[in-house]
Write a protein that binds this ligand. Structure first.
Ligand code: HEC
Ligand SMILES: [Cu+2]
Length: 313
């Protein structure tokens, strides 16, 4: 099922808890199917019973109330509760060896820090993880309650201001898996998505190497102009590009913004055109986004700036 879903759905992949590609999501899917089948059987038995009574094949008995009204629901619900407790406990169990990725929900984007106590590399709006290795998402919020959900990988977990929640993840397939905020967090809550990119472990290690350190140099005169516009226009007040300006923290880290699969937290394709549109009028693309519009930038500056950002891979 998951194979065909992946090949036909292109860049963003299917966002479905019924096509699991992670240990947690597979367990939850099994539980869902198990519960549906179990209660389906109960339902059919009940229909047969009602039919028997209405058709006059069964004469009413007092003990039916004890058996069907108390014993049967008690036993079936207890059994299923046992299963779900065990499964939920297993999939929320943290592996002490896991790679920790701190994800902070913000209106309306995701701040991502890989291995905060060690490597400490910052990204945004996309989470890259290795296949088959244990990962723990350390979930925080800096404003209101958000919730992180990647249906194909595991269950959802709230991001609550002043609290730290942990969500273990283990992906069993490579690919791009869409996730989204699953707790209403304001005007653009439905526009707060992201992607998890699952790589083979050796590709992940190479990606780690590539992504550490400073942003790519501006290779042409136009890109250099774009970098200068970034600084002159005041973008560093909120954004960091490592090696260029490193103080801004109010907006997503842009050191490798051009390498992301999407712009604006899972909303638009990442390319120079969408970048230029975003800079000129962010709130037209995402109502309530906490970034001022730069529609006063002269055309050539906007072009150079968006070309520079697109080149940051
Ligand atoms: C007042 C703070 C602020 C300033 C100044 C600012 N931004 Fe932003 N920017 C943000 C915030 C906040 C977001 C996230 C919006 C969202 O998705 O909800 C953002 C998002 C972005 C994104 C999308 C990033 C992604 O991962 O998709 C780009 C690109 C961007 N800004 C470029 C710029 C550029 C270029 C400038 C200067 C011309 C600039 N910003 C100035 C706050 C700011
Ligand atoms: Cu949210």
């Amino acid at each position: 099922m998951s194979e065909t879903a992946q090949s036909t759905l292109g860049q963003y992949g299917v966002q479905s808890a019924l096509a699991p590609e992670g240990v947690g999501a597979t367990a939850i899917n099994g539980l869902t199917i198990g519960m549906t089948v179990a209660f389906g059987v109960v339902f059919v038995l009940l229909l047969l019973f009602v039919w028997g009574v209405l058709a006059g094949k069964l004469a009413p008995r007092k003990w039916w109330i004890w058996a069907g009204g108390i014993a049967l629901p008690l036993v079936s619900v207890l059994i299923l509760m046992g299963f779900s407790t065990v499964i939920l406990q297993r999939i929320t169990l943290e592996d002490p060896e896991a790679l920790v990725i701190e994800v902070t929900g913000k209106q309306f984007w995701w701040d991502v820090v890989y291995d905060p106590e060690g490597w400490s590399m910052r990204g945004a709006n996309e989470i890259v993880i290795p296949k088959g290795r244990p990962v723990t998402f350390r979930l925080k919020s800096s404003d209101v309650i958000h919730s992180l959900w990647v249906p194909k990988l595991t269950g959802k977990m709230d991001m609550i201001p002043g609290r730290v929640n942990s969500l273990p993840v283990m992906a069993t397939e490579t690919g791009r898996f869409r996730g989204q905020c699953a707790e209403f967090c304001g005007l653009s809550h439905p526009k707060m998505a992201f992607e998890v990119v699952v790589m083979e472990p050796e590709d992940f290690d190479a990606w780690m190497q590539r992504s550490s350190g400073e942003a790519r140099d501006a290779a042409t005169a136009e890109l250099t102009r774009g970098r200068d516009v970034f600084v002159e226009a005041g973008c560093p007040a909120c954004h960091t590009i490592r090696g260029v300006a490193e103080t801004g923290t109010l907006g997503p880290d842009l050191t490798r913004v051009g390498a992301r699969g999407s712009l604006g937290a899972g909303m638009y394709r990442m390319n120079q055109g969408t970048l230029a549109g975003w800079i000129a009028d962010p709130t037209a693309m995402k109502p309530g986004a906490k970034m001022p519009s730069y529609n006063h930038l002269p055309g050539p500056d906007l072009r150079a700036l968006s070309a520079y950002l697109a080149s940051l891979k």
